[in-house]
Write a protein that binds this ligand. Structure first.
Ligand SMILES: Nc1ncnc2c1ncn2[C@@H]1O[C@H](COP(=O)(O)OP(=O)(O)OP(=O)(O)O)[C@@H](O)[C@H]1O
Length: 757
């Protein structure tokens, strides 16, 4: 164990010196856990860290993953993932709170890319499954592990930070039945950047599944998919593993993927359809597009192979990819005024954009279908008490973090925007709502909301763009503004600065701490309507390969902008509710949807994700990295990350304010179930304690809430809740080993605290 240094050395330079008193002792920091924030630091050099302390501290240094190699065993004898102590404590807290309050909870990981969000989310899910246990045949730890394996292959790329960097956002909901056991799982995904499959970011691979497929496919399937002789170039950057080591790794990963698919009950026909679509995308990349002249493929042979593998005629594929104007002409001739306008707006795409559109459309359909197959394996019709939603999103990326000179691209903007939206949700929950509640209840708490908020960056991207003055604006400036307008990024706000380089601007992320330079070149092509992408589903649905046709036909009715959403199916009451929230978000912007704009799709997806978790009681996993790409400890980077968590203000709010509250009617209802002696003791405590410290109540307002200080919650209120809950007619819950143990412990605590011996 290394020496514990003062955490002050790690605090952001911008913080107020008076705030620093709060952090004299590390035990103070621990309490931020109590206000719903767990901080994890990916630490590959634990020994070098200045802040280390055993127990569930705010800054928790996980053991490096190498020490996880010996897979531990759970009580039930299953192998489980090794969750660090702070995470185990958090799992218990979330579980008890969820069962006790019967409210949905959400656990959202936020932070930069490569800081361990996915690892933390997976460890949390497994620890929760182990804690609660499962019921029924549908859900098990093994199936959930298989789900993560499939998602890793289809939704991750290898990057400079990590071998598997997520490129999709997911909300994985675990539904608990009335016995407190996990009865079902429901996965919802959002692929914000649908172009990932065809547009390579420097330093990144394509989705991992391609190299796994090319490295691990059986000879028989390889012949069927015509993947024996691979072309040297691929316009989508799909590379065949060449080194022996790479081949072996890909082959092992592919075998794991096959096993995971079997575990999740993917039939052989469904697996075959998946390989056909992937091979089709590969051959499309090999076919390429002419840069000049007519819009057509460069390699007709590869295009022919692609059409064969997808189960359509070469001419049909050519028409679906390049000849959209025929359909537009038809629309103009036969449609109503709306169709005529849409057809008139139709863009003139380049050949490369057409091919990219088809590949992106095919992958979008494939990913959403795989999510449906996963949900089929995990869903159940059992009634649900409450759910825990685990939210994992692609991390914030800035090329400067990895010492790259380049400016960030469209993919980075989409994912960074989502991170800002989650941080905004954290800010609103921690500060704005809390202070509003105090004001509403007229509770005298001398606290102010932090000056800066992630809302600045969000509104810079969200707000309606300015009008372009066509006559007075110079050409380069005009094109810049046109691009910005189409992206809804406005240059007239402080969070955005126009750079000297043409078509580049800098956006102040993380409340101004992390400015990111974006290069907008080519973005117009990415955000405009791409009919080729929309034709992808028609190609799949009309496929002559029965398995492909059967798998994709159910998706024909999905509206264009919802195609990047996965998991919009499900028959249980809870999954219908969750999907209803997403549908409502998307139907709210119907006018925008008709515009087929990709940036509106990104915004709506972020809206949907936040709306999905808004009602749940949130917990935030703030993941922070400590080292730079060179491997050395990076204090300035750590400061920036800590600053974006607004940790000091959150801590102050928690200590000075009243973190928990309930309505008066709930309060009475809870306490009715308690035995009279305990009630008597409890009533006397009201008088004996300092009123402000223990509990503050106000009857002036309509809501008539009671607010409890943190010490009070942990010593008295929480045990009482649990007692009350268990005393209700819930025999399953009473028999549950974990709950019984906790109730016994809490009863003892309560008796001790109230002097009732
Ligand atoms: N506690 C830890 N100690 C050491 N390495 C870790 C730890 N947690 C995660 N890692 C490693 O860091 C890398 C990135 O992890 P992970 O994919 O979970 O990050 P992420 O934040 O989800 O990244 P992204 O946002 O790009 O998906 C992985 O190689 C993982 O093995």
């Amino acid at each position: 164990m290394c020496k514990v240094k003062s955490p002050l050395s790690l605090l952001p330079p911008q913080c107020n010196p008076s705030d620093l008193d709060l952090c004299e002792d590390l035990s103070d920091l621990q309490s931020v856990n109590e206000c719903g924030v767990l901080h994890t630091l990916t630490s590959r050099a634990k020994a070098n860290m200045p802040l280390t302390r055993a127990g569930p501290n705010l800054l928790n240094f996980w053991p490096p993953l190498e020490t996880h190699s010996k897979t531990p065993r759970s009580r039930r004898g299953e192998s489980v993932w090794d969750a660090p102590p702070a995470l185990t404590a958090l799992v218990k807290r979330v579980y008890v709170s969820m069962v006790g309050t019967r409210r949905d909870h959400s656990v959202s990981a936020v932070g930069r890319s490569g800081t361990g969000k996915t690892t933390a989310c997976q460890a949390f899910t497994h620890a929760l499954l182990d804690q609660a246990g499962t019921t029924g045949e549908k859900i098990s730890a093994e199936r959930v592990r298989a789900m993560f394996t499939v998602l890793r292959s289809f939704g991750c790329v290898s990057s400079q930070h990590s071998h598997a960097s997520s490129r999709f956002a997911m909300v994985f909901s675990l539904d608990f039945n009335h016995a407190g056991k996990v009865s079902a799982g429901h996965l919802q995904t959002m692929m914000l950047d649908k172009w990932k499959v065809c547009q390579k970011t420097p330093g990144e691979s394509n989705f991992l599944v391609f190299s796994q497929l090319l490295g691990g496919l059986s000879t028989e399937m390889r012949t069927e998919l015509q993947l024996h002789q691979l072309s040297e170039s691929n316009s989508f950057g799909i590379v065949h593993p060449t080194k022996v080591e790479e081949k072996q790794r890909a082959s092992v990963a592919f075998t794991k993927l096959l096993t995971a698919m079997e575990t999740l009950g993917f039939s052989s026909g469904e697996q075959k359809a998946i390989w056909h679509v992937l091979a089709g995308i590969y051959h499309l990349g090999a076919a390429g597009a002419c840069k000049v002249g007519r819009r057509q493929f460069v390699s007709f042979d590869s295009a022919q192979v692609a059409s064969g593998v997808l189960g359509c005629e070469g001419e049909d594929l050519h028409t679906a990819v390049f000849k959209h104007h025929l359909r537009q002409l038809l629309q103009r001739a036969t449609g109503g005024s709306r169709e005529r306008n849409a057809a008139a707006e139709g863009p003139r795409l380049t050949a490369a954009q057409c091919v990219d559109g088809m590949a992106a459309g095919l992958y979008e359909e494939l990913f959403a279908t795989i999510v449906s197959l996963i949900n089929r394996a995990l869903s159940s019709q059992q009634l649900t008490l409450a759910s825990v939603m685990v939210v994992d999103t692609p991390g914030l990326r800035n090329p400067r973090h990895s010492a790259e000179e380049r400016a960030a691209g469209w993919s980075e903007l989409c994912h960074n925007y989502l991170q800002e939206r989650l941080l905004e949700h954290y800010h609103t929950h921690t500060f704005t709502h809390t202070l509003d509640r105090y004001a509403q209840e007229k509770i005298p708490v001398e606290l102010e909301c932090p000056e800066k908020s992630p809302a600045e960056a969000v509104s810079a991207i969200d707000q309606p763009p300015p009008q372009v003055n066509n006559t007075n604006t110079p050409t380069t400036h005009k094109s810049f503004k046109v691009c910005l307008m189409s992206l809804c990024v406005s240059v007239n706000v402080p969070a955005v600065r126009q750079c000297e380089q043409p078509l580049q601007c800098e956006l102040n992320h993380l409340m101004g701490c992390d400015p990111i330079r974006y290069d907008l070149t080519g973005w117009f092509g990415l955000i405009q309507n791409n009919p080729s992408a929309q034709n992808a589903i028609c190609v799949l649905q009309n496929s002559t390969i029965a398995e492909v046709k059967a798998m994709f036909t159910p998706r024909i009715s999905v509206p264009p902008l919802c195609r990047s959403l996965g998991g919009l199916d499900g028959a249980s009451q809870r999954s219908l509710q969750r999907n209803g929230t997403i549908r409502k978000t998307f139907s709210g912007g119907m006018a925008a949807i008709r515009r087929h704009s990709q940036c509106i799709a990104v915004k709506l997806q972020a809206d949907a994700l936040v709306n999905l978790i808004r009602r749940a009681r949130p917990v935030f996993l703030q993941c922070v990295s400590t080292k730079n790409e060179g491997g050395s400890f990076d204090i300035p980077a750590l400061r920036v990350q800590l600053h974006s968590t607004q940790i000091l203000s959150a801590l102050q709010m928690h200590r000075t304010g009243y973190p928990e509250h309930m309505t008066l009617s709930d309060f009475r209802c809870h306490f009715q179930a308690l035995s009279p002696p305990i009630m008597k003791r409890y009533a006397s405590m009201f008088v004996s304690h300092d009123e402000r410290k223990v509990c503050s109540s106000s009857c002036h307002t309509n809501s008539m809430a009671l607010m409890f200080s943190s010490e009070y919650i942990h010593s008295f209120i929480q045990p009482l809740f649990i007692l009350q809950r268990s005393s209700r007619s819930n025999p399953h819950l009473q028999r549950h080993p974990v709950i019984t143990k906790i109730i016994r412990k809490q009863t003892l605590n309560l008796k001790e605290n109230t002097g009732d011996r």
